[in-house]
Write a protein that binds this ligand. Structure first.
Ligand code: GLN
Ligand code: ZN
Length: 772
């Protein structure tokens, strides 16, 4: 019999129970026991449903209260000293995740970044020569035993040592966390032995790093690590995902582990490679259905991908699985009763994917009765999608065909635009601004809910939004900010808001996916051709501008980000869908300009995360991504200033592409890394203006003017004064007003201090040295 496996299940709970419990715990409404009980309830429900769905390998330990990478850091004892003095494990854990200003302490959060090319964020472990590894958590064994007590045998999941170290950052300047591998491995030995002792027959060890370009140090790290860990008393299922093993396949096949999981959805080429080599050992876990998208699998195709493995290796060496953890998929489609029935029939969420797995396994086992109905339905759905009239729009096709290279170019080069813009918009040196959103308070969310339920009329809702905008404009004026924003109160989410007004998109009620900690997103579903039937933001931006003489920045989400944060149709290349979105955003940009908005920010926080994991695939992606941004941005006059914003990016490898986007002003996240990322901009000599982000908005901590001043000084060591903008590192929607106002006041003060200092300096300098 062919076995089925799940590599990880969504943690947040079918109704975001974890999010709610976490938030109540943080606000003091729940105590630790209540939080832990809420988490245990989610785990129990998931174990039971995977059991009921007939899954053979069910994961444990994949659950986390905040992030599994942070859990791993805690488990191996890699807790930085500054988080050690907290009362209790959980206080220290959440201080690492979110920072803490409680009990007279003032500790910022650890750095956070994207998990490979997904929209999940992990906490970046800090590893240095002084990190003393020791098994420091009982989570893995606890969860195994917790499941066992419910009668569920599980396969524990660990993040593998090589990926863990590679995802970490070094605390010493030239250090490499990977160099600490030998010190870390005994902890893994101990962990594996403890799991085996507690009854684990198999342990799933995740090494997604294996699908990336590996340094020779990383290769030998894999060889060394698994030569050692394979001696553990539990069998290791070495689990790779998010792509093809490619040139690392040989290495993966050579490791003395018991099994290898491969992603055959994204890594389509490796199936043939493995079959060609016909390894005489190893169980193969085949990632046959997409763990990162919501489309129903083509079951027949999955069966034919798996069949040769069955023939080559026999049933006891083949396991059927999703491509990766289902963490990136919403939980259950069956509650989505308001979705269009036809479109819903094309989809499968985590719960439905379990049934797909079991149908594939049954079909491979020759159990026709058990799988035929599902296989037939799968074939019908595919046919239906191909011919559905909802998908294809002649008008969109016509615009796509009429795209010219000139449409992706501003009229003049940056230097000329700069002149036109500074003539049109008077700004002080080091202008201050924010990234767009202001706190989405309970009041704002309640008004949105009341509108949805019909408790208030559309007119009442719009009045409410106008009041919020006015209040926010006044606050920004009082704070002394130079470039204002309207606050984005009308937006539930920066992608969903636009998707709701674009054609070709649909929405789920409850299709939440974890973004980080308690933050969830509900990605839109792009199922068809995209167009913008009517203006989306003009009404709010022009209203906000009417209230003030300061410049009001229009605020849009860019095409690459809308694409990256949606579930994208899989029946045409992503690049094509992206260009369609770009044309829709371009329409909005030119409408904003025509309505008198002089600055327009097109956010592309997801540009970097969409970067293919393999270097060889990157140029092509960057080409169409940058081109899409430029299509969106280039319909305006020289005097209209285009901004863009990006989060958490490691820019080093893509600065030339960021420059090629040719935004007049870019704001980036660099507060958490203390401006480290600016080095990339210096090395490349980034030509346009930059706001590097002077404080971390992901934490409620209020920064001091002095520390921001210091960061700005640091930025000025790599940027010229005329390039530098002053802003928080991201939007403020997750914050509360009570920390936002003092933070921004301090930020404005930092900018003012800097101006004074520079005036003084300029006064002392000979005239010829000035006015670059
Ligand atoms: N304009 C958005 C905001 O301020 C940008 C958010 C983001 O980059 N993630 O919320
Ligand atoms: Zn951001």
């Amino acid at each position: 019999m062919i076995s089925t496996a799940v590599l990880g299940y969504p943690r947040i709970g079918p109704n975001r129970e974890l999010k709610k419990a976490l938030e109540r715990f943080w606000s003091g409404e729940l105590d630790e026991k209540a939080l832990r009980d809420a988490a245990a309830k989610i785990r129990a429900a998931h174990w039971k449903l995977m059991t009921a769905a007939g899954m053979d390998f069910i994961p444990s330990g994949d659950f986390s209260l905040y992030d599994h990478v942070l859990d791993t850091a805690c488990a191996v004892g890699a807790v930085p000293d500054r988080y050690k003095a907290f009362p209790g494990e959980l206080a220290s854990y959440f201080a690492m995740a979110r920072g803490s200003q409680a009990d007279g302490r003032d500790v910022p959060a650890m750095e956070m970044t994207k998990w490979f090319d997904t929209n999940y964020h992990y906490i970046v472990p800090e590893i240095g020569p002084g990190t003393r590894f020791a098994l420091s958590s009982t989570k893995a064994v606890d969860h195994l035993e917790e499941a066992a007590a419910l009668g569920v045998k599980t396969r524990p999941v660990l993040l593998g040592p090589v990926s863990f170290l590679a995802l970490a950052k070094a605390t010493d300047k030239s250090g490499d966390p990977l160099s600490r591998l030998d010190a870390l491995l005994p902890v893994y030995d101990e962990q594996l032995a403890a799991l085996a002792g507690a009854g684990a027959e198999w342990v799933q060890v995740d090494e997604p790093l294996m699908v990336t370009d590996l340094s020779s140090a990383a290769r030998s790290a894999f060889a060394r690590a698994y030569a050692r860990l394979a001696k553990a008393p539990a069998k290791i299922m070495l689990t790779t995902y998010f792509g093809d093993l490619g040139d690392n396949l040989e290495l993966a096949l050579s490791l003395p582990v018991a099994g290898l999981h491969v992603d055959l959805v994204r890594g389509t080429r490796q199936a043939a490679e493995i079959l060609r080599r016909k390894p005489t050992r190893l169980a193969f876990s085949l990632g046959l259905i997409d763990g990162r998208n919501i489309w129903a699998a083509d079951l027949e195709a999955a069966v034919s991908t798996a069949r040769p493995f069955l023939e080559a290796f026999g049933a006891d060496r083949v396991i059927v699985a999703p491509s990766c953890s289902l963490l990136h998929c919403p939980e259950d489609l069956s509650g989505e009763t308001s979705l269009d029935r036809e479109i819903a029939s094309w989809m499968a969420f985590s719960r439905q994917k379990l049934d797909e797995l079991s149908a594939i396994a049954k079909a491979l086992d020759g159990d026709v009765g058990g799988s035929l109905a599902q296989l037939n339905e799968s074939a019908r759905v595919r046919q239906d999608r191909k011919s559905s009239t909802r998908i294809h729009s002649a008008e969109v096709q016509k615009r796509m065909a009429a795209l010219t290279p000139a449409m992706a170019r501003r009229a003049s080069p940056y230097a000329e635009r700069r002149k036109a813009q500074s003539a049109a918009i008077k700004l002080p040196p080091f202008p201050t601004t924010t990234i767009g959103s202001f706190p989405q308070t309970q009041e704002v969310r309640a008004a949105r809910a009341e509108r949805r339920s019909g408790a208030i009329t559309e007119a009442q809702y719009e009045k409410f939004l106008e009041q919020q905008i006015e209040k926010t404009v006044r606050k920004q004026e009082a704070l002394g900010l130079d470039v204002l924003v309207h606050g984005e109160f009308e937006r539930n989410d920066m992608v969903e808001y636009f998707g709701e007004m674009l054609s070709g998109f649909t929405f789920t009620r409850n299709g939440w996916v974890q973004s980080y900690g308690s933050r969830c997103v509900k990605p839109p579903v792009i199922f068809g051709d995209v167009a913008r039937p009517r203006p989306m933001t003009v009404r709010w931006s022009t209203y906000a501008q009417s209230l003030t003489s300061k410049p009001m920045k229009g605020m849009l989400t860019g095409p690459v980000t809308i694409l990256a944060w949606s579930f994208v149709r899989d029946d045409q290349p992503r690049s094509e869908t992206c260009r369609q979105i770009a044309l829709a955003i371009r329409d909005e940009v030119t409408d904003l300009e025509a309505a008198g908005i002089r600055m327009i920010q097109i956010d592309e926080p997801a540009l970097r995360e969409g970067l293919p994991l393999r270097r060889a695939d990157r140029a092509e992606y960057l080409d169409w991504a940058v081109e899409s941004f430029r299509i969106a941005a280039s319909g305006v006059k020289d005097a209209t200033q285009i901004h863009t914003h990006m989060c958490y990016s490691e820019f080093n490898d893509i600065v030339p592409s960021i420059a090629a986007m040719d935004a007049d002003v870019i704001s980036v996240e660099s507060a958490r890394s203390r401006m480290e990322l600016l080095g990339a901009f210096r090395d490349f000599r980034y030509p346009n203006e930059i706001g590097p982000g002077v404080y971390d908005i992901h934490s409620p901590r209020v920064p001091s003017a002095a520390e921001m001043h210091e960061l700005l000084e640091k930025a000025l060591t790599v940027l010229s004064p005329e390039q530098l903008w002053v802003n928080p590192d991201c939007g403020l929607k997750t914050r509360q007003w009570k920390e936002t106002e003092p933070s921004l006041a301090a930020m404005v003060k930092a900018a003012q201090d800097l101006r004074k200092e520079h005036e003084k300096k300029a006064g002392r300098e000979p005239a010829a040295a000035r006015g670059r």
